[in-house]
Design a protein around this ligand. Structure first.
Ligand SMILES: [Zn+2]
Length: 507
């Protein structure tokens, strides 16, 4: 007789067999990802000499139900400033929706933020790149990882001993060395997504790093800057057909090192080579798997707009105070410069050979030392005037920015600004995006609260709302570009950071 109890071990065997079969069935049905990538040249060759080409790069990833398009452009911003007009994003999205049936919300476009000159039909060429990428789809294995680079970037906001902050720009002078108290953080992490074809060759590498690509080319020619060179190094090493997409991170207050160098030609190429090689080191450590998870979310968020009237009035009072503080001066640049050289060469005997000073001492005269006293006093007053002039260069530039944004905020007729935020997961790689220049602390905060170490933040994506500094940095309004070239009001930071972490956790 068949007894259930007696047959228990057999039943377990059968169940085990069925379960193992079932898991095979499940594995076979697990979503498979396909990906394709392409790049198209967007260098404007009529804008003068070209140092290195600019590209629009596209990556299409799909599980045949959800499709994600990631574009990376060697341009300063997606709309609002620079050469890419406001109709770029809607044009690209509607054409890709019409021709490839990919939802507009699943198309994200990141600007590297390099300051090169692209062609006028960059929209057409981006559509072309996306279509080529979609035509190149192959089954892929995916993996995420992290690279490390801390040699090419520095935080450009300097904390002064008086508590204010001044940033490193070409638009104005740096403060006196002795006034600088502290430097800010950088984010050395390179967030990497690797997608391999079935032979193990990378179809594409997407890498996220935070730094302004504004070192320029030593030749002065049109350039995609150091992130163009890092992508070239990665592509050259991965071999024919592999595409490296740079996705700019929270680089709002991060500059290339030696940005203000006047002793060596400033050149983005060596910095890009370092970033590219560090990215490759991270790429090689990634083991890709058939993790087929793909998710895309697209949300709108309202952030408070600033009222800058009070700050503008404060800066205008300060401007007047500085003008009125200029000293009367006996010296002009022509007499000041030789004196500075002479008095820095010899503190005791600046004006003539030492024997003349020794004779005067022997004869009980003070003519030489009295002249030196007068010269030193005049030089000090002239130096003070120079420092006041340097302060005014900073104040004037930042006051202009504040006035521009106050006019924009009034014209907007709304106390809020709406931003588009994308979140996506590809395998174990998570990313969320923002349409402005987030400063590095914001990226570091979000990463700290994120659900995994493989969560990353891209600024400069799907639009441009200028700089987005921390609430604390906003208190410094007028001192640095990030807090003056900004339309946001204090309080915006927590609203955004909470939403960004929520998006990442939901992926
Ligand atoms: Zn910028």
């Amino acid at each position: 007789m068949f007894s259930l109890r007696k047959s228990f071990p057999l039943l377990i065997l059968i169940l085990a067999f069925l379960t193992s079969n079932a898991s095979h069935v499940l594995l076979a049905a697990a979503p498979q990802l396909w990906a394709g990538a392409a790049k198209v040249d967007i260098t404007e060759r009529d804008a003068g000499p070209v140092n290195d080409p600019l590209y629009t790069r596209a990556l299409v990833i799909t599980d045949k139900q959800t499709t994600l398009v990631i574009c990376s452009l060697d341009v300063v911003a997606i709309g609002e400033i620079g050469y890419i007009k406001d109709d770029f994003l809607p044009t690209v999205r509607s054409r890709i929706k019409a021709d490839l049936n990919i939802p507009e919300t699943n198309i994200m476009v990141n600007a590297s933020h390099c300051h090169g000159t692209p062609v006028a039909d960059t929209d057409e060429r981006t559509i072309q790149a996306i279509k080529e990428a979609a035509a190149n789809l192959v089954p892929v294995q995916v993996g995420a990882g992290i690279g490390h680079e801390n040699r090419v970037q520095e935080n450009r906001r300097l904390k002064m001993k008086d508590g204010t902050e001044i940033d490193v720009r070409h638009a104005y002078a740096l403060p006196p060395d002795e006034d600088v108290a502290e430097v800010g953080p950088i984010d050395p992490e390179i967030g990497i997504l690797r997608l391999d074809d079935e032979s193990g060759k990378p179809v594409a590498v997407m890498y996220n790093f935070a730094c302004h690509p504004i070192q320029g080319a030593a030749s002065g020619g049109n350039t995609a800057d150091f992130t163009g060179f890092s992508s070239k190094v990665i592509e050259d090493n991965l071999g024919e057909g592999s595409v490296a997409l740079f996705v700019q991170g929270c680089g709002g207050d991060i500059n290339p090192v030696f940005y203000k160098d006047v002793d060596h030609p400033r050149d983005g190429e060596p910095l890009g080579n370092m970033l590219g090689l560090s990215t490759l080191e991270g790429v090689r450590k990634i083991e890709t798997t058939n993790d087929g998870r793909l998710k895309v979310v697209n949300e709108k968020l309202k952030l408070p707009r600033a009222d800058l009237a009070e700050k503008i009035a404060h800066l205008e009072r300060e401007q007047l105070r500085l003008v009125n503080s200029l000293n009367g001066t006996s010296l002009s640049l022509k007499t000041y410069m030789p004196l500075v050289v002479k008095y820095s060469l010899n503190n005791d005997f600046p004006s003539y050979y030492s024997h003349r000073y020794l004779y005067e001492e022997k004869l009980g005269r003070n003519h030489m030392t009295e002249m030196d006293r007068i010269n030193r006093g005049n030089m000090e007053r002239y130096t003070e005037n120079i420092i006041t002039m340097e302060k005014m260069t900073r104040l004037n530039a930042n006051l202009r920015l504040l006035k521009k944004h106050q006019a924009q905020n009034i014209a907007a007729g709304s106390r809020t600004v709406e931003v588009e935020l994308v979140g996506f997961r590809v395998g174990n790689f998570l990313m969320t995006t923002f349409p402005g220049e987030l400063t590095v602390r914001i990226g570091l905060h979000i990463k700290k609260e994120a659900p995994s170490d493989l969560s990353f933040v891209a600024g400069y994506t799907n639009g441009y709302i200028y700089y987005a500094p921390t609430d604390e940095q906003l208190l410094n309004v007028g001192g640095a570009q990030e807090d003056s070239d900004c339309i946001l009001a204090p309080g915006w930071q927590k609203i955004y950071e909470n939403k960004a972490v929520e998006i990442l956790k939901g992926l």
